[in-house]
Design a protein around this ligand. Structure first.
Ligand SMILES: [Zn+2]
Length: 222
């Protein structure tokens, strides 16, 4: 059972984050303090439903516990505590058993560890058994192709993203569906998730540095 997998150390550094409202500001913290960090007043006494604390879900997941996803992580290190917002990202495809297939300058790899903190984009509904079966067998089928040998790798034009998107488009094509350009796929599936992840990283960074993060801006975070 993949669910039994023990979370590696890196996830321990992920803060649990809550947001509450006081003094007409959104205040993020790792817990709700008794006193508001702005006015010093009691945080709980005046709350109505709209101001009650909500926990902020972590946008990262363990790809080895996921099924049939497009997955993304920093090429080096981890998102939390290490990613600066502009270093290289690496992408792959998780099979229905949480094995991540990915392509880099040394060829195709099938990882059963190493993708414990990533952004994952599920692409197959869990009840689509025929498609899940097809997903796994097609991953196995395309991975050995000559075009994914190491010497064909090109950092700009024939890279991890090319492999992942070629896989997704080939499956869509087999199903008679519309395929995606890289820009279309990125805009529709990847950017909404990475924007959320990058806000979360900012919050974790600020909260671990100052204890609080006070803002008017992150209204879309729930
Ligand atoms: Zn206050």
């Amino acid at each position: 059972m993949y669910r039994d997998h023990v979370e590696p150390r890196t996830m321990e550094s992920v803060l649990s984050l809550v947001k509450f409202t006081h003094c007409k500001k959104d205040i993020y913290s790792s817990f709700v303090p008794q006193q508001c960090p702005i006015c010093g007043g009691n945080t709980v006494s005046s709350w109505d439903v709209a101001q009650a604390p909500v926990s902020i879900p972590c946008p990262f997941s363990n790809a080895h516990n996921e099924k049939c996803c497009f997955v993304l992580k920093p090429t080096q290190g981890h998102f939390i505590g290490e990613y600066d917002g502009c270093s290289d990202l690496h992408v792959g495809i998780a099979s229905s058993k949480g094995i991540v297939y990915h392509y880099n300058e040394t060829g195709i790899h099938k990882d059963s560890t190493g993708w414990e903190q990533c952004v994952s984009i599920p692409l197959v509904p869990p009840d689509q058994y025929a498609l899940i079966y097809q997903w796994d067998s097609y991953l196995e089928e395309i991975s050995p192709a000559e075009k994914w040998l190491s010497y064909r790798y090109d950092e700009q034009d024939h890279n991890c993203y090319t492999f992942a998107l070629t896989f997704i488009n080939s499956l869509l094509h087999l199903q008679g569906k519309k395929t995606f350009s890289k820009d279309e796929f990125t805009a529709r599936y990847v950017l909404p998730k990475t924007r959320r992840a990058s806000k979360y990283i900012t919050l974790c960074h600020e909260v671990s540095k100052n204890g609080f993060y006070i803002t008017d801006y992150f209204r879309d975070f729930r």
